[in-house]
Design a protein around this ligand. Structure first.
Ligand SMILES: [Mg+2]
Length: 376
């Protein structure tokens, strides 16, 4: 069965956030508060009438660059067989080879790659997880969006209660403030509020140096955390490896890495206990699957970063311990909602990703380009 891509649409969508968002990178002065997410949407249609939808994204700067790169390479897909996903990934990577095989250029490719996988699963009448080969119908989930640093601690506690009542299993909160004692004060209140049995994680968003990370890692041990996330600069492989060997609490990282190769440096150095890839950031589903295989062989826990609508399908395909991050930010972009119960996120059984762009997503579209096969 061969088919042919006849039409590719690339859209730039600006998703506003209800409240300016601050993690430790803002409190240490390295980044401004986040007020929007730049979404890159890709829609692919074929001669046989099949359709695929995918997306990528960027936070703060980079969205216009991703969009421009996607618009530039989109014509390379027209006329191709949509089933040849691996070959098409390589073709698009070669098209942008001079700007590299990591970062912005492959994040643009990610939107097409996700759309092609969505198309293939829809055509098969299977969810993406079932198409790939699923291990789970539901995946343990934890909430992040309620625990940022712009949120007063009483509100963090209230948000956690709401999340648990919604069937979300764990709670992650941000740390890494310039005054580490303030992190501990917040955590004490949060742990006391949750009790000892609720899985709790912290995320320092790369804002500790090696000495601070080690000190904090030891001070945090009584909290019995599921993991400490991004204690160090994302590219400090040696520093992460030392923490992982030394601390009782598992160490997590990987969300800021922008290629599989960068992740393999962490994995091969046994630098983390929990790997946190983001399919949009590493070039899409094709690349993420390579990484999941590698992580599994090293018996790592996998907790994909952000974009739960995409990652719940991929987490379901991981044979080892796995978590999916509950982040409600992208919900307005889609007609559908994910279901959480008993601490788990249910893997949708609708064909493909099971996602339909909402009217709101169309209204937030700032630019869009369609390339089509020339009619003969
Ligand atoms: Mg994080």
């Amino acid at each position: 069965m061969t088919d042919r891509i006849t039409r590719v649409t690339v859209s730039s969508v600006t998703l506003p956030l209800p409240t300016p968002i601050s993690d430790a990178k803002v409190l240490t002065g390295r980044q401004r508060a986040m007020t929007e997410v730049a979404m890159l949407l890709a829609e692919i249609d074929t001669a046989e009438g099949h359709h695929g939808f995918g997306f990528s994204y960027s936070k703060r700067a980079g969205g216009p660059g991703q969009y421009a790169h996607a618009v530039e390479v989109a014509p390379d897909l027209v006329g191709e067989d949509p089933s040849d996903i691996g070959r098409l990934w390589t073709k698009l990577a070669w098209a942008g080879a001079s700007v590299g095989r990591s970062g912005l250029s492959i994040q643009a490719i990610a939107a097409f790659d996700v759309a092609l996988w969505d198309l293939k699963a829809r055509r098969a009448g299977l969810s993406l997880a079932k198409l790939i080969g699923s291990h789970h119908d539901a995946v343990p989930t934890y909430n992040t969006s309620g625990g940022f640093l712009h949120t007063p601690v009483d509100e963090v506690c209230a948000n956690a209660t709401t999340a648990l009542q919604r069937g979300i299993g764990g709670i992650k909160v941000k740390v890494g403030q310039p005054d580490w004692r303030e992190d501990l004060r917040r955590l004490e209140k949060i742990r006391a509020h949750l009790g000892d049995d609720v899985p709790l994680m912290v995320d320092a968003n790369q804002q500790w140096d090696r000495a601070t990370a080690m000190r904090m890692g030891r001070l945090l041990e009584p909290f019995e955390l599921v993991w400490i996330e991004e204690p160090l600069d994302a590219y400090d492989v040696e520093g992460h490896a030392h923490l992982t060997r030394t601390l009782a609490t598992p160490v997590a990282s990987g969300e800021m890495l922008t290629s599989v190769r960068e992740h393999l440096a962490l994995v091969d150095a046994a630098a983390v206990d929990v790997l946190q890839p983001d399919a949009a950031r590493v070039g899409g589903i094709t690349e993420l699957l390579t990484l999941l295989t590698h992580a599994s062989r090293h018996h790592l826990t996998v907790a994909p970063h952000f974009a739960m609508e995409l990652h719940v399908q991929l987490a379901a395909c991981y044979p080892g311990p796995v978590w999916v991050e509950h982040f409600d930010w992208l919900e307005p972009l889609f007609e559908e909602r994910l279901e959480t119960r008993d601490g788990q996120m249910v893997v949708p059984d609708r064909p493909g990703l099971g996602l339909t762009p909402s009217q709101q997503a169309r209204a937030w579209t700032t630019d869009s380009v369609t390339v089509s096969e020339a009619r003969s």
